[in-house]
Design a binder for this molecule. Structure first.
Ligand SMILES: Cc1cc2nc3c(=O)[nH]c(=O)nc-3n(C[C@H](O)[C@H](O)[C@H](O)COP(=O)(O)OP(=O)(O)OC[C@H]3O[C@@H](n4cnc5c(N)ncnc54)[C@H](O)[C@@H]3O)c2cc1C
Length: 372
């Protein structure tokens, strides 16, 4: 039995951020990862908004922040486009395999241990601690710690093994299917191109919609697929309580994801850092009770969770728009208008809607309902 101050399950952005923070606080910590290589497969479109670099104190490095993003182009079903340009670097496309290895290196340099090819298969409480079994068949090992951080992503089992229900409602899961392609010809490649429409909300698999999309875009059709990835994104059912005795949950496992675009790298790291602060407090106080660890919830909600709840409302707004509504919006609003509405400033948003959509009372009603 190997004893630690804390065991982290999962070496994604959340687990690695937590491992570094706990090790920097001189805690004896191990991070167990089921994959045989950190960062691979990536199951991610690898976009990260510029604000996260400032918030997390990370400097973009050319080895993993491989391409600058200047803004976004939003396309209505007819193909009409609305460009949002931020006038500065709005984010980066990451090479996540390199990024996560770098996070792993930083955690290990701070004193954390990482074990790949160590899937956690069992977690049980025993005498105030959690006993964990991990490893591939025939090569399992036992670990014990008074504290477990479940950072095991959308398919998390660890929290459930310790009695916390993390199951997503089906409506709160997005199916992601993605191709990395070579030989494509696409305009505006410094922008993220986002295509909206009702088509993808009817029956069909994510793959079938993607294939149809590629087939109908001449610039993509002639390209070759060099990588395929698929995954689920928990886009809305945040856990009210992300704790139990001896347990903290962060990242996708706690549904820390932006409900509109599904981005979760920055949020996973932020959530894990907040959870780590509580873990350090618990370690210093020798108190791993649910009551102590629960302090994590209000801090998360104040820093980020409440904002995500309001973004969730805007997702419901998008989902209730018809193709006709989307055309009206692209024809009536400017990129600046969309940015202001997306920022969620209520009076300003209501003014824009009242002025620019006055001829469309049905759409105005929908917009105002969700902006409230
Ligand atoms: C198709 C797709 C595209 C996406 N695009 C973007 C994007 O462009 N930008 C963005 O910010 N986000 C994106 N996301 C979301 C983003 O990938 C996640 O929000 C982010 O990875 C969450 O980090 P995490 O550390 O919580 O979880 P993960 O990155 O999923 O890491 C969890 C880790 O836990 C490990 N694990 C699971 N079970 C066990 C176990 N029993 N034992 C040991 N280890 C275990 C997993 O192998 C994994 O390595 C996308 C997601 C998908 C599916």
């Amino acid at each position: 039995m190997q004893e630690f101050d804390a065991i982290i399950v999962g070496a994604g952005p959340a687990g690695l951020a937590a491992a570094r923070k706990l090790a920097e606080a001189k805690m004896n910590v191990i991070c167990l990862e089921k994959k045989q290589e950190i960062g691979v497969p990536k199951r991610c479109a690898e976009g990260l908004g510029g604000g996260w670099f400032e918030r997390l104190g990370i400097k973009p490095d050319k080895r993993w922040a491989v391409r600058e993003i200047e803004g976004a182009a939003l396309y209505a079903p007819s193909g009409k486009k609305l460009e949002l340009r931020f006038g500065k670097t709005a984010g980066y496309v990451l090479e996540r395999r390199v990024f996560e290895k770098e996070l792993a290196k930083q955690a290990v340099n701070a004193g954390a241990k990482i074990r790949v090819k160590h899937p956690v298969t069992s977690a049980v409480r025993e005498n105030g601690k959690v006993k964990i079994e991990a490893g591939v068949r025939g090569d399992e090992e036992e670990y014990s710690a008074p504290l477990v951080l479940a950072c095991d992503g959308v398919e998390t089992q660890t929290a459930r093994m310790l009695g916390l229900n993390t199951v997503n409602k089906l409506n709160d899961i997005d199916s992601g299917y993605q191709y990395e392609m070579a030989g494509i010809d696409y305009e505006g490649d410094d922008l993220i191109n986002l295509f909206f429409g009702e088509d993808g909300t009817t029956e069909g698999t994510a793959k079938s919609y993607l294939d149809k999309f590629v087939e109908s875009h001449p610039g993509l059709k002639q390209g070759s697929i060099v990588e395929v990835n698929a995954g689920a994104v928990p886009v809305g059912g945040f856990l009210d309580d992300m704790t139990a005795d001896n347990l903290l949950v962060a990242g996708d496992a706690a549904h820390h994801v932006n409900p509109i675009h599904g981005g979760g790298i920055g949020l996973a790291m932020e959530g894990a850092r907040i959870a780590s602060d509580i873990a350090i407090g618990a370690h210093n106080a020798g108190d791993y009770s649910h009551k102590f660890l629960q302090k994590y919830n209000p801090i998360w909600y104040e820093k980020r969770g409440n904002q995500l709840k309001s973004i969730l409302k805007r997702r419901h707004l998008f989902e209730s728009l018809s193709d006709e509504n989307l055309e009206t919006l692209v024809n009536s609003l400017t990129g600046d208008d969309v940015l202001k509405i997306a920022e969620g400033e209520l009076i300003e948003s209501a003014k824009i809607v009242g002025k620019k959509l006055i001829k469309y009372p049905g759409l105005t009603k929908i917009m105002l309902k969700y902006l409230k």
